[in-house]
Design a protein around this ligand. Structure first.
Ligand code: SIN
Length: 365
């Protein structure tokens, strides 16, 4: 009987007992450690959670502490799970790129295939956390929990939020209830699904929200409570997109919509031979007429054009204000521009056809 099956048979209130049992666990241990607890593997990528503030503060640099130091700040997680860890990168997430995405997705897939791994946690900078979470949502199976977290305050700041978020992420990854919900994000007591979560504050500890559907649940006192299950979550035993043969992703750019928007950003991407363009349009994905003409021209040349919106909530709907069929455009639904870019990159590994890409946007978002 696997860990989750055993846990399902257990009654609530188990976690405090586990905490007491395992207070002497070593800082890093083998993944197969047989303690009757879930085996949770932590992959660290950097970010403010690993950031170091100068003595004078408030200036800090992201990605300065290793994963051992992050785990060392929350010894109580050793009571929740057998923790193993590795450093995949140590960067500010503004420098996240497809090379690390592919490396991360491959490593997550490898780990999830192991019978002695019950869940995975990924520490990440908050700036592009939502993009990495969605990339993984589309490229790894969801039969076991995969949970991303970050922090808004550096590791040595007064009131650092990283340790609490790390503790919560271990709680979420250790719960059988977290399986088959797609990739999850645990931040500031909330649990979000990868496809809807987005960063909504540049500085607040409550930096993340799911503007269209809300959080899936919350973590309280070492337990996760789910309020709903998303119909959109990929309850997959296999990844949605197979990245095993890929060493790079198709180039896709984003152009930002505004009053009097020129054609120039679009034509620059066309000239640079990008295979896809996401429009962060105004309102329901609308476009100033010069930008519209440039995008229509791009689509007529076979470049995939996806209409999303710069507005924080609500869907970009197909054929309502703009005739997508006429222009050969794809409507992004509730995916924000940066997530639409992720899906378009993966979609383009299969096809360049707008109708097929539109179907993937409906299927995956
Ligand atoms: C980053 O994204 O790496 C810096 C900002 C943060 O983690 O909050």
């Amino acid at each position: 009987m696997g860990y989750f099956d055993k846990l399902k048979k257990a009654v609530s209130g188990l976690l405090p007992a586990q905490k007491r049992e395992n207070k002497d666990a070593p800082a890093t241990e083998n993944i197969t450690s047989p303690r009757g607890l879930p085996n949770i593997h932590v992959l660290a990528t950097g970010g403010t959670i690993a950031g170091k503030q100068t003595d004078a503060g408030p200036h800090y640099q992201a990605g300065k502490h290793g994963v051992e130091a992050l785990l060392g700040a929350v010894p109580t997680v050793r009571g929740l799970a057998n923790i193993s860890s590795e450093q995949v990168a140590n960067i500010g997430s503004q420098d996240m790129d497809e090379e690390i995405w592919l490396k991360l997705a491959r490593r997550v897939n490898e780990l999830l295939a192991r019978t002695d791994v019950d869940g995975i946690i990924i520490t990440h900078g908050t700036d592009t956390l939502e993009e990495t979470a969605y990339f993984l949502d589309l490229t790894v199976p969801s039969g076991k929990p995969v949970v991303l977290l970050g922090a808004m305050r550096p590791a040595n700041a007064v009131g650092a939020d990283g340790p609490a978020n790390l503790f919560d992420a271990v709680v979420v990854a250790s719960s059988p209830d977290s399986a088959a919900r797609g990739v999850l994000v645990a931040m500031n007591g909330n649990v979000f699904e990868a496809r809807d979560v987005t960063k909504v504050s540049t500085t607040a500890v409550q930096a993340f929200a799911a503007p269209n559907f809300g959080p899936l649940g919350q973590v309280h006192d070492g337990r996760v409570f789910y309020w709903r299950r998303s119909d959109r979550a990929p309850a997959r035993q296999q990844p949605g997109f197979d990245i095993s043969g890929l060493d790079k992703l198709p180039e896709v750019g984003i152009v930002y919509g505004h009053a009097n928007a020129p054609a120039l950003p679009v034509t620059a991407l066309v000239e640079a031979q990008y295979r896809g363009i996401v429009s962060a349009g105004v309102g329901n994905g609308n476009l100033y007429h010069k930008a519209l003409a440039a995008l229509a021209d791009a689509a007529s040349r076979g470049i995939a054009v996806v209409r999303s919106s710069r507005v924080a909530a609500g869907p970009t709907l197909r054929g309502i204000e703009l005739d997508d069929a006429r222009y050969g455009f794809v409507a992004a639904g509730t995916l924000n521009p940066q997530k639409a870019r992720v899906l378009l990159q993966l979609a383009l590994t299969r096809t360049q056809e707008p109708a097929e890409i539109q179907k993937m946007f409906v299927d995956y978002c």
